[in-house]
Design a protein around this ligand. Structure first.
Ligand code: MRU
Length: 353
């Protein structure tokens, strides 16, 4: 029997605006903000009010569709030109997660056969809805597939937040834990706090508590010791972009976890929808890694912790090479090495960025 549990949602379309869970203020404040302009959406993505690869794709899709509802042009050609300009604007918000570009490209592509401005407006909104609905279904399926690799009662480690609030619903890496709760089962999730902006401590610990998943928070430098001494059965993480050979960009710190897992012979799983694959690039070396403000490192939740003139390096993501990944769990099934072949076979019908 499926039990009703609380699984938070981050992005909702409300008639003429986007209702967004402001992830900047979690876990202390669960406040929702209304985004009414394309600038609001751009700002929300840059400042991490919405974050997580699929969720920024969904927010951007609604943002572009929302803005287009207000265009006042004479011709369809002018309308499409403006869509293209605004698409580029939103695409410049963050560089690493491919879902952002994929969603925006899909919206633009949906206009190929429309014959009027009215039809174009409806089509964009419909496409954004579809992207969100499909993402929820993909995440649910990823969770089901992940459950075939994990056993209830297991202790599992994760980093960042690849959860419900990073997607339409359920999440990718966190989907099996939410689904297990729906089935009346339980895991124990060790959550790396995820410096510099603490997505693990602020978001994952909060999100898993909402659905009643047992969690233990650790600081990032406790990962190796915890894996060795706490009987961690698997590490499961999300992805911002997966190259054609399986190299995976995800939150900074992921690569380190994969190395530790390899050294300790613990399976290391990436959970991601087909929309996170970028088949235009052969390896992870081609992925642009976002570098963010030094203030994120110099401060912890607005408190400065180092001399202000300290040199800082703040890459938001790293790339885990394919040979460290035990399996990639997708909605289409579980991919194992050789990833080049497996990805080519299973992802050939997907839209590419
Ligand atoms: O900087 P963020 O918080 O957007 O980074 C998010 C991640 O690295 C997630 O693991 C990834 O986007 C997958 S979300 C399902």
């Amino acid at each position: 029997m499926v039990q009703t549990i609380r699984i938070p949602i981050s992005v909702e379309w409300k008639e003429d605006h986007i209702k967004l869970l402001n992830q900047q203020n979690l876990p202390h404040h669960t406040d929702y903000i209304n985004l009414t302009t394309i600038e609001d959406v751009y700002d929300a993505i840059v400042t991490l009010k919405v974050r997580g690869a699929p969720a920024i794709g969904i927010a951007a899709a609604y943002g572009l569709a929302m803005s287009a509802q207000k265009y006042d042009f004479e011709t369809l050609e002018q309308f499409k030109l403006k869509v293209n300009t605004e698409k580029s604007y939103l695409a410049s918000s963050r560089p690493t997660a491919v879902n952002l570009f994929w969603a925006l490209n899909r919206l633009e592509k949906s206009l190929e056969n429309v014959r009027s401005i009215n039809e174009a407006k409806t089509t964009l909104l419909h496409e954004a809805f579809q992207i969100q609905a499909e993402d929820e279904e993909m995440c649910r399926q990823i969770g089901e597939n992940a459950l075939t690799l994990l056993h209830p009662g297991d202790s599992v480690m994760t980093i960042c937040n690849a959860g419900s609030i990073a997607t339409a619903k359920y999440g990718t890496a966190l989907a099996p834990f939410h689904l297990a709760r729906e089935k009346g089962k339980q895991f124990h999730v060790y959550v790396c706090e995820t410096r510099p902006v603490l997505q693990g401590a602020r978001l994952t610990a909060w999100e898993l508590q909402q659905s009643g998943v047992e969690t233990t928070l650790i600081t990032d430098n406790m990962a190796a010791h915890t894996m060795k001494t706490k009987g961690i059965k698997a590490v499961i993480v999300g992805a911002d972009r997966i190259a054609a050979n399986g190299d995976t960009a995800n939150k900074i710190g992921t690569f380190g976890l994969a190395l530790i897992a390899k050294a300790l012979n613990i399976p290391f799983y990436v959970a991601a929808p087909s929309t996170s694959f970028d088949l235009t690039i052969n390896t992870g070396d081609e992925i642009t890694i976002e570098e963010r403000s030094p203030m994120e490192v110099l401060q912890i939740v607005n408190t400065t912790i180092a001399p202000e003139n300290t040199n800082v390096y703040n890459p938001a993501f790293d790339v885990t090479p394919n040979h460290l990944i035990t399996a990639i769990i997708t909605e289409k099934g579980i991919l194992y090495p050789d990833y080049v072949e497996q990805i080519r076979e299973n992802m050939c019908d997907k839209y590419i960025s």
